[in-house]
Design a protein around this ligand. Structure first.
Ligand SMILES: *Cc1c(COP(=O)(O)O)cnc(C)c1O
Length: 348
């Protein structure tokens, strides 16, 4: 038994999801003739109360398309220093859209309205790049699954309105935020101009993300997706997995959150742990004590068939998900507690 806690993307489709995939009605989506894709896009647009939605192969591509839709080359977007759009999309913002990023030193990946306001370049000062877009991430990835308070996002929306800025949400894990904070997707739809959501993270599909947005912005989304190489043909098989996941895998995210909280709690009681970040959803970020070797720690876990992620600078990450069972959870907690192991002998 391998316990893979590196990411919530390591899941495999359940037998019922496979059935939904096999039974999907499909057509050529580049002609907009795939009924399953059309159904998924309608479903998500309605869920968020927005005008339109478009299926993308990946979350990165959906975010990159959004950046392109909101900006012109030479302009600047504002995001937290840990933002996925800046750190983990291969430099796409500059490669695809020719925009620079003004990075804000936020709290666990979250920024405030005051920080956004301070970092807008004055539009008549032609020496600096024109600020045109604000990107938030909810939940945050590198920030350890932290979720915004709704009031802060509303305050940022006001700043965007006052300065005529686009407002995009990287909602790869928006499902986790909505479940953790009991939020309504329609409220998000009212706040943002565009929202990207991932079906391949907590919801457990093999692939697929959707960009949801206002009509006047989304009008060029098909063209941008085509340019990025994201036009797909009989992709309804994957859209059907998405529909199945939205109907069946949303509520169970609570279990992921509960297990993550138990892991965080167990970690914080261990002598070899320096710090565990607050755990609000399905991501646990923690640091080892300075005299503990990260390599030894990871190797020792690997010997027990347990995989976790390292994010650099001593930051370790655990992500709970659909394929992480109760049996695995008990075994992992026992391992951390050292009941069944020599896990405390990590000193470098
Ligand atoms: C995973 C993720 C994405 C998209 O990633 P893909 O692997 O391209 O689907 C975007 N934003 C955040 C915060 C993510 O965690």
């Amino acid at each position: 038994m391998t316990i893979d806690l590196r990411s919530d993307t390591v899941t495999r489709p359940t037998p019922k999801m496979m059935q939904a995939i096999i039974n999907a009605e499909v057509g050529d989506d580049v002609y907009k003739e795939d009924p399953s894709v059309n159904k998924l896009e309608r479903k998500l647009a309605e869920m968020f109360g927005m005008d339109s939605a478009l299926f993308f192969p990946s979350g990165s591509m959906a975010n990159q398309a959004a950046i392109k839709l909101h900006t012109q080359p030479g302009e600047q977007l504002i995001a937290d220093k840990w933002a996925h759009v800046y750190n983990f999309e291969g430099g796409g913002a500059s490669f695809n859209s020719g925009v620079s990023c003004k990075l804000i030193d936020g709290d666990r990946g979250m920024i405030t309205a005051a920080q956004v306001e301070e970092n807008i370049n004055p539009p008549d000062f032609y020496h600096s790049p024109l600020t045109s877009l604000v990107c938030l991430e909810n939940t945050t990835n590198k920030g350890g699954g932290a979720c915004y308070n709704f009031s802060e996002m509303e305050a940022i929306r006001l700043v965007c309105d006052n300065h005529n800025l686009g407002f995009h949400l990287d909602g790869a894990r928006i499902w986790n935020a909505m479940v953790a904070k009991n939020q309504d997707p329609k409220d998000f739809g009212k706040l943002f101009d565009t929202i990207s959501v991932c079906l391949s993270k907590g919801l457990g599909t093999p692939m697929g993300s959707v960009l949801i947005g206002k009509k006047d912005i989304m009008i060029k989304a098909m063209r941008v997706r085509k340019v990025l190489g994201g036009g797909m043909r009989q992709i309804g098989f994957m859209a059907a997995a998405g529909i199945y996941a939205l109907d069946n895998h949303m509520e169970r995210l609570e279990e992921d959150h509960k297990r993550a909280a138990e892991i965080a709690e167990t970690l914080s009681n261990q002598s070899y742990i320096k710090k565990v970040e607050p755990t609000e959803t399905n991501i646990v970020i923690f640091y080892l004590k300075d005299d503990i070797s990260e390599e030894n720690f990871l190797t020792s876990l690997l010997q027990k068939n347990i995989k976790i992620s390292t994010m650099g600078q001593g930051k370790l990450r655990i992500v709970t998900h659909l394929d992480y069972t109760d049996e695995m959870h008990q075994k992992f907690l026992n391992t951390l507690n050292g009941n069944s192991t020599d896990i405390k002998n990590f000193k470098s």
